[in-house]
Design a protein around this ligand. Sequence first.
Ligand code: PLP
Length: 415
Amino acid sequence: MELSRFGQKITARTGILELMDDLGSIPAEGRRRYMLGGGNPARIPQVEELWRRRMGEILNNGDQFERMIGVYDSSQGNERFLTALADMMAREYGWRITPKNIAVTNGSQTAFYCLINMLCGTGADGVKRKILFPISPEYIGYADQSIEDDSYISCRPAIEEIDDLTFKYHIDFQKLYGYTDLAAVCVSRPTNPTGNVLTDDELIRLADFAGSRTIPLIIDNAYGLPFPGIMFEDVEPYWNENVILGMSLSKIGLPSVRNGIVIAAEEIIEAMSASNAVLSLSTGSIGQEILAPVIASGELVQLSKEIITPFYRSRAVNTVRWIREAFDGICDYSIHKAEGAFFLWIWFKDLPITTAELYRRFKKEEVFVIPGCHFFFGLEEEWKHRDECIRITYSQDEESVREGIRIMADVIRGL
Ligand SMILES: Cc1ncc(COP(=O)(O)O)c(C=O)c1O
């Protein structure tokens, strides 16, 4: 098969493919596997009960089920869902949002693919513009999305060492000002892979920076407020007409309905609807149908605050404790302050091997993590730190996470 450049790019052995392959592979006979790698949300009984109840309501409400599965929604999204979400965001945060500011996509991964390629690359004026990721490491899923090569710039962050075992990345604003020909600025908040939450001040400065360059600020809010609300810091969500806010239904426990959300100025939403029509005609209706009434009633926001946030907060605290119990005294390491999302980012400061090799050694013992090197795309400068970090997920059942950590400690001890 003769592949085009696009074909070569999209089929290359990338970090995200490795991750999805790991998720889909099966363990060696008779061995138990510890999945501390992927981005699957936890199974939370109260949340699952809500989805089950909603499906029952749909099935028992006349022909609602048949309409849900049998009719194409518009390429912008389901009208009832768009209205419920716009009203809720306006109510919660006082933002001036109408349904015209919202588009649904088939997963937020697809939303980012369209956004990134609509914005970066060579423009009609012949100028090549790049996406600026102001803080590296960033979400692995963006790494291979740009169709045009060399379309990203990432900046090395400042590191605050909070105590001997905890650190936090901050944006080094000085680094941003030198770049020209930018298409957009993009951050995930809470950040995948680090669990960082940019402070309100950092976000406002970023928004000012983007505004002064007349480029959009993309904020990927897949883990943030108001749902799923996997955020442990007292910070505010942020939106204005220059912000493109990405959201997802995945992390509230519905990854298989494949629905993402974009909240942005009307012209961006029109562009998203157009790209939806070209790429997939319409948006998947099942998630929208499940969610619309519980968004409108406030039940989803309440569930996020009362169940989802405390669930992941307690998981984060426990997992940090298990790591300390297992790793203390065997290696020099530090954990990024766990402020949100469901990952811990561990920095090993004196390992004799790279974390890509460490990942392979863990894998032999059926423990799956993600080596940090995949998250530093777009960063041009040499930085040893890229090979010193791993991401682990703490959303799986506690016993697996704890045992996975214990096995990791055994492997490290044997290096
Ligand atoms: C930061 C971030 N953004 C976007 C996505 C894509 O999520 P989905 O396509 O399931 O909405 C993920 C998934 O893990 C993520 O972690």
